[in-house]
Structure formats: C-alpha cells, structure tokens
Design a protein around this ligand. Structure first.
Ligand SMILES: C[S@@+](CC[C@H](N)C(=O)[O-])C[C@H]1O[C@@H](n2cnc3c(N)ncnc32)[C@H](O)[C@@H]1O
Length: 451
C-alpha cells in the first residue's frame, strides 16, 4: 500500500483507524462524524457488554483520562489532515470527556474553528436520587476553515417546524421581537425554522425493530441532521468508528459517498448486512483471513469471541459468571460454546467438561487455534465414560465461508434457513447488564485480588 494514497468510496475498512487514516490522502474527505469509545461509559466503550470486554477496557484506559485524550489526539490529527478545506467534523461524546476533548480539538483545529456544541437531548428512564437526570450527549462541531461561508452548511434541508406557539403568534403579527427590537414585516420561512443547537431526538429503544444488537447504535435522524446540513450530494463522508453503520446508511440514503472504518470484524459484518439491505454490496478490506490475523494483538480477546460466535450464528454469553464459564450458545440447539484464542490443551477440555456438567449439557463446541493430542484423548475419554460429546472446531475453518457453512449446518440443522434479521435478532444479548455494575464488580474483584 502506498502511504497516503488509499481511499476508496464505498469501502469498509477493518482495522485500527489511526493506521488506516495515515494511508489516506490529505484534504480528501468532506465530512467526518465520529462516535468513539470511552471508559466508564455504557454508551461508548462497551459495545457488547460482557465481562471480558469490561476487563479489556479497564486495562486500556488504566492510565486515566490523559491516556484516552492522547489516544484520541492521534486520531484527530489524522482526521484534520484528511478533511477538505470546506469540510466539517462532528465528534459525538458525553459528559465523561466532552470538556477534555474540546480543549484537545481546539488545539488541533484552532479555537476559531469551533462552531457549535450541539446538545442531543433524549428522554429515558433510570435517574439517580442524588443528581439531575443525565439526558444528553454532546456533538462538538468544527470546520476546517474559520472563514464564514467557506464551509458547507445547508440549513434548508434541516429546518424544523415552528412550535405551535410561534405559529399562533405569527398568524396575527408579522413581527419578530428580539430584545427591545421589533422587526416589522417579519415572515416565517415557509420551509421551517432555523434549527438551534439543542436537538430532541429519541434514541433507539431496545425493542425497536431497527436495532441491530449494537447498544451504542445511534438514531438515523441524528445523522440526517449532520449529513444534510454539512455535506452535499456526491460528497465523501467518513466515519472512523462506524459501529453498525448508521452514518454509512444515512449517507447512502442521501446520495453521498462514504467510507467506514471499525476495528471489530463483527461491526464490519453488521455494516455489510445493513448496506446490503439498501441494495449495496460494499467492498471490505482488512477482515481476518489467516490464523495469524486471528491471534494478532489487534484481534482482542472479546473481538475474537464475538467473531467466532458470529461465524457460528451463535449468541455470545453476556456475563460469564452467570453462565458457568460458557462463552456462547448455538442459537437453535443451545449447545454451549467455549472459545480459546490459543491451542486447546487438556486442562481447557477438563474445565469445559465441568462447565458443561454444571450447565446440564451433554454436547458442546470448543473453538480454538489448534488442539493438542492430549486434548483429543480427553474428548474421546469423556465420550466413552460420561457420554459427553465435545466437538472441536478449528478457528481457521471459520475463515472459509464454505467450511463455515458446513460446520454451522452440522451443528444447527436448519439454521441455514434463517434470514439475517432472525439471526441478528437472536444475537441481541437477552440481558443487558448495566456496564457500571460490571465495572464496579470488576474493580471489587481486582481490589480483592490485590489485598
Ligand atoms: C460507540 S461505537 C460506534 C457506534 C456507531 N456510531 C453506530 O451508530 O453504530 C464505537 C465503535 O468504535 C470501534 N472502535 C474502537 N476502537 C477503534 C479503533 N481503534 N479503530 C476503529 N474502530 C474502533 C468499536 O469497535 C465500536 O464499533
């Protein structure tokens, strides 16, 4: 790959965005929307909400906010470089880090290039007895240029209806009051009111049919505002943390070009399905194709587990301790699955047998990067002596679609008949455990271990 020359509209890039952004040419993107992960925040860092993932983010941000801001600065510098002179960037965040992020982005873009702090207000349940309800996220809106008129901003497509009170008032008085001034002859705009920087848009509820199993999925109406106001048809829009592809879907529906990046193979799969539903076959690059990819540091443990379960059309266990150390379950048969990102040895098989016994299962699937002779012998022994069936599945075989299809058919007869909607619906974690609870229990566990 020639540095700074890789950027293909309609492409999904799987990988760490900072590495991919470094390959992209300068001033080539018209609009960036980013919704990055963040620690101790149920809406950001934790995507699938399992224990392994919570542990991995505690490790990642153990250096605190400075580490996070440094991590983000590397990405913002690249995003600033790839943004066209007329371009805009919207960073989506919440109260945990918005003020730290603003200070850092002001340094990169320039204080004068900050245009708005947009408040996304939403309703919802669950408030603390001890403070005001937290009911908004923040979108920090920056432009590459600070000269008025140089950046794209189309207000007409995003105008809102006047409030009933304004409509009533304007019916009788063609006037507008501002402070002491009265503007005679004021006429309301027939296309609607110029929107302000507080947007009241409902988030997707867990029961919403549009939910793709991604707790951090943003509503399309939010992205419509961003895209319609800050780009024109045919422009190129980049989402470097594209998740389940909300930005890409809205860009596609509004005749813009798009590029999506995500480190998670599962996210890229979900984006692909979402775009296919719009009649698009996106090009994809960077998906794991070799055993080395599966064991690389970029493929974190929870990513690997999610990827395996996704390939097997299985559900991922949300909280391991409640599920006796089982990593996932086949959708139709509910057979437990154990995933190992290494060569499976006899102790792994022993532990899985115990987990299966506790879960009351006599058939289970172990996925690993290989299986030792002793592990195979133990499986034969378990079959003979305990009538327990453990099926070994090489992770490598899940890389090849034909082999994968074959494995899934053997494990779940009839599953190949399922459409993507049913599979995605079945993959939505049944039980959403508040991430704050998982963090608290993980911190307690770590402290207990240290003392
Ligand atoms: C909050 S979610 C984005 C949700 C998205 N806005 C949507 O509506 O679906 C953050 C995403 O960032 C991805 N991510 C985390 N670190 C990344 C990295 N270094 N490079 C690329 N993607 C990353 C995660 O896999 C996750 O899908």
């Amino acid at each position: 790959m020639t540095p700074a020359h890789v950027l293909k509209p309609g492409m999904l890039y799987r990988g760490d965005n900072v590495k991919i952004l470094k390959q992209m040419p300068a001033e080539s993107v018209d609009l960036v929307y980013l919704d990055p992960p963040f620690f101790s925040n149920r809406n950001y860092e934790v995507i699938w909400g399992d224990e392994a993932e919570v542990r991995s983010f505690l490790d990642r941000w153990s250096g605190g906010i400075e580490v996070y801001i440094d991590w983000m600065r590397d990405r913002i510098l690249e995003l600033h470089r790839v943004l066209a002179p007329t371009g805009s960037l919207y960073l989506h965040c919440d109260w945990h880090a918005s003020h730290y992020l603003k200070t850092m982005i002001d340094e990169v873009f320039g204080y004068r290039n900050f245009q708005n702090e947009i408040v996304w207000y939403y309703r919802g349940g669950g408030v603390s007895k001890f403070r005001w309800g937290r009911r908004h996220d923040v979108l920090l809106y920056y432009t590459k240029s600070h000269k008025k008129g140089e950046w794209t901003f189309n207000v007409d497509p995003v105008r809102m209806e006047y409030s009933p009170e304004s409509q009533e008032r304007l019916k009788y008085k063609a006037r507008s009051f501002r402070g002491d001034k009265v503007y005679e002859g004021y006429r309301p705009n027939p296309l609607g009111k110029h929107p302000d920087d507080v947007w009241s848009i409902q988030p997707l509820m867990p029961s919403n049919r549009k939910r793709l199993g991604y707790p951090t999925q943003k509503p399309e109406d939010l992205l419509k505002n961003v895209i319609l106001a800050s780009s024109n048809p045919g422009d190129l829009i980049l989402d470097p943390f594209c998740g389940c592809g909300t930005t890409l879907s809205v860009a596609q529906q509004t005749q813009r070009d798009w590029v999506g990046i995500d480190i998670s193979p599962r996210a890229i799969d979900v984006c692909e399905d979402r775009l296919k539903a719009l009649g698009i076959r996106p090009e994809i690059t960077g998906m794991p194709t070799t055993v080395e990819d599966l064991s690389s540091s970029e493929m974190g443990w929870h990513e690997f587990q999610n990827w395996v379960c996704h390939q097997l059309h299985a559900t991922v266990s949300v909280k391991k301790s409640d599920d006796y150390g089982v990593d996932g379950r086949m959708i139709l048969t509910h057979d437990p699955i154990q995933v190992k990102q290494h060569q499976v040895g006899r102790p792994d098989v022993d532990a899985f047998q115990t987990a299966m016994e506790r879960a009351g299962s006599d058939r289970g699937v172990m996925v690993g990067l290989g299986f030792s002779k002793q592990a195979r012998e133990e499986v034969a022994r378990a079959r003979r002596r305990k009538n327990i069936e453990i099926i070994f599945c090489e992770a490598e075989s899940l890389l090849k679609s034909e082999q994968r299809q074959h494995i899934v058919q053997q494990l779940q007869p009839g599953d190949e008949q399922l459409g993507i909607d049913e599979i995605l619906a079945a993959m939505v974690p049944k039980q959403q455990i508040p991430v704050e609870d998982l963090i608290a229990s993980e911190l307690r566990r770590q402290r207990a271990g240290a003392s």
